[in-house]
Design a protein around this ligand. Structure first.
Ligand SMILES: Nc1ncnc2c1ncn2[C@@H]1O[C@H](COP(=O)(O)OP(=O)(O)OP(=O)(O)O)[C@@H](O)[C@H]1O
Ligand SMILES: [Mg+2]
Length: 248
């Protein structure tokens, strides 16, 4: 197995603010690691650095031992890192089915939809499998704009999965979801975690404690501690700065 992603002294400054400060993070292949921390801790910035959406001020990012620090976002995506957080990944006027299929198709750079009927069939099969996984088969012909917030968040995950990533970043996938929708998303995350390495940013501690193999705590841009859910739950410093003494 081994490490799939590692950051070395990763730093991002915005003017005088160190949003991410000398973070040495690592994740083993097959793990589901959560990143927690108060608002503004640098979690989303950390994700944007990994995907290449923004470039670090200093430090390195290694993906399967390859230095990806200076690579453009599209190259990083082709290497197998996908992220689900921006609702804008969804094409609102396309159907649910088309949204997933377009993402699956984007993976095949030399693919020509019209001349290769077999590949077309394969894409349709992959798309159907993803729709079943995210529980949106019955809405496959629905225009994406008409989906509920919860269904849209799961479609967002489906679009990320369609690119067949090796590493999936999920930024607050249950934000704004009702308890039943949250439960549905937890079950989905557990299912996809069986065959994929995942980094999850999540505020709901119950979700984090239930699904994570490991947890990293960020605090004002710095990595405070990395450990198993039990270690994090029982860590005095974490309780003081983040959990606020709340037992979870
Ligand atoms: N483009 C930017 N320009 C300037 N400052 C920024 C920028 N992006 C983020 N920041 C600042 O960097 C810090 C970290 O922000 P970030 O969005 O990474 O936090 P977060 O941990 O994701 O918070 P939340 O839990 O609220 O989503 C914050 O103080 C934020 O205001
Ligand atoms: Mg954030």
């Amino acid at each position: 197995m081994g490490e799939i992603l590692k950051t070395v002294k990763l730093t991002k400054n915005f003017g005088g603010l160190s949003a991410v400060q000398e973070v040495n993070f690592s994740i083993e292949e097959g793990d589901l690691q959560s990143i927690i921390g108060p608002n503004g801790a640098g979690k989303s910035t950390f994700f944007k650095l990994i995907t290449g959406e923004i470039k670090p001020s200093s430090g390195q990012i290694l993906f399967s031992d390859q230095d990806i620090t200076a690579l453009p976002q599209t190259k990083i995506s082709h290497l197998g890192i996908a992220v689900a957080y921006q609702i804008t990944n969804i094409f609102p006027m396309l159907s649910v089915f088309e949204n997933v299929r377009v993402a699956a198709q984007s993976r095949k750079t030399t693919f020509n939809l019209w001349s290769r009927a077999l590949a077309h069939k394969e894409l349709t099969g992959e798309t159907e499998a993803i729709l079943e996984l995210i529980g949106l088969q019955e809405f496959q012909n629905e225009t994406a704009a008409n989906l509920s917030h919860g269904d849209r968040k799961r479609l967002e995950i489906g679009i990320a999965l369609a690119t067949k990533p090796k590493l999936l970043l999920l930024d607050e996938p249950t934000a704004g979801l009702s308890p039943p929708e949250t439960r549905q998303t937890i079950e989905l995350i557990k299912k996809i975690a069986a065959g994929l390495t995942i980094i999850l940013v999540e505020h709901k501690m119950k979700v984090v404690m239930e699904v994570s193999t490991k947890i990293t705590v960020l605090y004002y841009g710095s990595l405070l501690v990395q450990g198993t859910p039990d270690e994090i739950r029982n860590n005095e410093e974490v309780r003081r700065v983040y959990l606020g003494g709340v037992v979870c």
